[in-house]
Design a protein around this ligand. Structure first.
Ligand code: G3H
Ligand code: 13P
Ligand code: ZN
Length: 309
């Protein structure tokens, strides 16, 4: 099956009260772990590539690896640009075979965000590609995204209809209290479901995207800390909150940090227990298995998209 856009998968997810997992990919083992999990659970899938991933692994290598996964799995898979920050980057991914792009103008004033997003939508739609926009700002640090807690802000429901109408975006990422990275909440986890509900009412049938949705499993935090890592206080979004969001208007849930944690914890433990190991396959194999296990768990217990391919 060739790559698909997210149109059909979001329509079914919205109607079925579940969400599609959007997992960040950076190399072969990560792509294999995720796609083997989706195959085992017969789940539709979004594989997303950040600007940092593209720089690390090279656009062509990533596209070819995803093409190999399509051949191996025969699943509906969308290839998506995560946090595109310029028209040129989005254009390059559209021209280079992606079926979906995000233009993240969330740091811009409203009118400028609309202008940039619309420019990307016009080009993308002319090429059969769908676009995710963003309103509201998440806190957190990634390669290309660094927003302090003071600069983060919830999405204003009063703005969403105008934004969607004037830009023509196909889905909208919103900020309701999640954040990027492995340190999301200092105290109790809180999400503004009231904002999500209001946005759902203003945009009936329209797919909403939740970024910063890793759960940060404590068993992996403990492994990382036990074997030389330093992540005290790492904390994610409780899985029951993600399930609730998936049953509402959220059709796409972005997960990256949990895969990093699973991979890094597994490799740290393996190297500590096997100090003589020097064949990369010895530790990348178990890391790939850990990714497969965690993604299967997400598909079945968090997203609810098993058997929806
Ligand atoms: O939200 C961003 C993703 O987790 C990708 O992170 O920019 O470090 O590749 P990255
Ligand atoms: P996490 O850092 O919670 O995994 O979020 C990833 C993300 O939003 C990618 O766009
Ligand atoms: Zn994100």
């Amino acid at each position: 099956m060739p790559l698909v856009t997210t149109t059909e998968m979001f329509k079914k997810a919205y109607e079925g009260g579940y969400a599609i997992g959007a997992f960040n990919v950076n190399n072969m083992e990560i792509i294999q772990g995720i796609t083997e999990a989706a195959k085992a659970e017969n789940a539709p899938l979004i594989l997303q590539v950040s600007a940092g991933a593209r720089k690390y692994a090279n656009h062509t290598y990533l596209v070819k690896l995803v093409e190999a996964a399509l051949e191996e799995t025969d699943l509906p898979i969308a290839l998506h640009l995560d946090h595109g920050d310029t028209f040129e980057l989005c254009k390059s991914c559209i021209d280079g075979g992606f079926t979906s792009v995000m233009i993240d103008g969330s740091h811009l004033p409203f009118e400028e965000n609309i202008k940039l997003t619309k420019q990307v939508v016009d080009y993308a739609h002319d090429h059969g590609v769908v676009v995710e926009g963003e309103l509201g700002r998440l806190a957190g640090i990634e390669d290309a995204v660094n927003v302090s807690e003071e600069d983060a802000s919830f999405t204003n429901p009063d703005e969403v209809e105008e934004f969607v109408e004037r830009t023509g975006v196909d889905s909208l990422a919103i900020a309701i209290g999640t954040s990027h990275g492995a340190f999301k909440f200092k105290g109790e986890a809180k999400l503004r479901f009231d904002i999500l509900e209001e946005i759902g009412k203003r945009l009936p049938g329209f797919p909403i995207v939740l970024h910063g949705a890793s759960s940060v499993p404590q068993e992996y935090v403990e492994i990382v800390n036990k074997y030389g890592g330093n992540m005290p206080g790492a904390k994610g979004v409780p899985e029951d909150m993600l399930r609730q969001a998936a049953s509402m208007a959220v059709c796409k849930i972005n997960i990256d940090s949990d895969l990093r944690l699973a991979m890094t914890g597994t490799i740290r433990q393996f190297m500590a227990e096997n100090p003589g190991a020097f064949d990369p396959r010895q530790y990348l194999g178990p890391a790939r298995d850990a990714i497969r296990t965690i993604v299967r768990h997400k598909i079945v217990n968090v997203l609810g998209c098993n058997n929806k391919a």
